[in-house]
Ligand binder design. Structure first.
Ligand SMILES: [Ca+2]
Length: 260
């Protein structure tokens, strides 16, 4: 239990918040590598997903931003579309034969054809864009705050917003997202943790320790944080990577017993 309290403290520490209550009932899991794949160490990963068995990634940094289709086994970039300056690429998600990608502070999202990666259009939105995922009928967007926006994929209009909390405290810096089995998994920026979010209540219902992945990837730089979660609903396999990591992992999530 001490360990979980410490982890939650790390999660909320960037907020300057008080330590959370120690009576934590939030289950903790650790992400364990099952298989290691090569990953482009120049990819500043902002979005990761699998659509119809194909791996897609979006990357950030001005002048290095892209949307790409990647061969999982070799890490080879099969097709890539540049997101040109001044745009800073952020998260991406599939939507009906398209890829929709965000930009950080440019207030612009792009639509791409999933096969050709040709740009098909754009949307405007307010605030920042960080992570994006799809639940089949809506897009879910994170923007660096504790808020998630549920969007109409056709119009990009906000249908509802959700405040994410850990034991009643807002959890900011929600980054890359993935819809997995009725929950939203989210990397938490500048931490070695991801969280499971109940999309109805906004409550964090699980914490996932990613530190072993980062250390096995050999990612040591302060910006080289875990970011990138992809779930293949057809195989039930979960994949994770990070910014400029030379590795992408298929992972298993092992429960950590309280006090363990
Ligand atoms: Ca994702």
């Amino acid at each position: 239990m001490k360990r979980l309290a410490a982890l939650l403290l790390v999660l909320v520490a960037p907020l300057g918040a008080q330590p959370p209550a120690t009576e934590a009932s939030i289950p903790l899991e650790v992400a364990v590598p099952v298989q290691r794949f090569p990953h482009d160490p120049r990819a500043f990963t902002q979005g990761l997903f699998i659509d119809r068995g194909e791996l897609f990634e979006s990357t950030g940094q001005i002048g290095r931003s892209s949307v790409r289709k990647v061969d999982l086994a070799s890490g080879k970039v099969l097709k890539s579309a540049a997101i040109p300056p001044p745009y800073f690429g952020e998260g991406a998600a599939p939507w009906q034969g398209q890829v929709i990608s965000l930009t950080w502070q440019n207030g612009t999202a792009f639509r791409w054809d999933r096969t050709s990666l040709k740009r098909k259009g754009s949307f405007k939105y307010s605030g920042e864009g960080w992570g994006l995922t799809s639940n089949g009928s809506e897009l879910v967007l994170s923007d660096g705050t504790e808020q998630l926006r549920f969007l109409d994929p056709k119009s990009f209009k906000v249908k509802r917003t959700l405040k994410v909390t850990v034991q009643g405290r807002p959890l900011k810096f929600l980054n890359e997202l993935e819809w997995v089995g009725g929950q939203v998994l989210a990397n938490v920026w500048m931490t070695q943790f991801a969280v499971r979010i109940d999309p109805a209540s906004g409550k964090v219902v699980g914490v996932i320790d990613l530190s072993r992945l980062r250390s096995e990837a050999g990612a040591a730089g302060s910006d080289q944080v875990a970011n990138g979660i992809a779930y293949d609903a057809r195989t039930g396999k979960l994949y994770m990577t990070g910014k400029e990591w030379p590795a992408l992992f298929e992972v298993r999530l092992d429960p950590v017993k309280p006090g363990g």
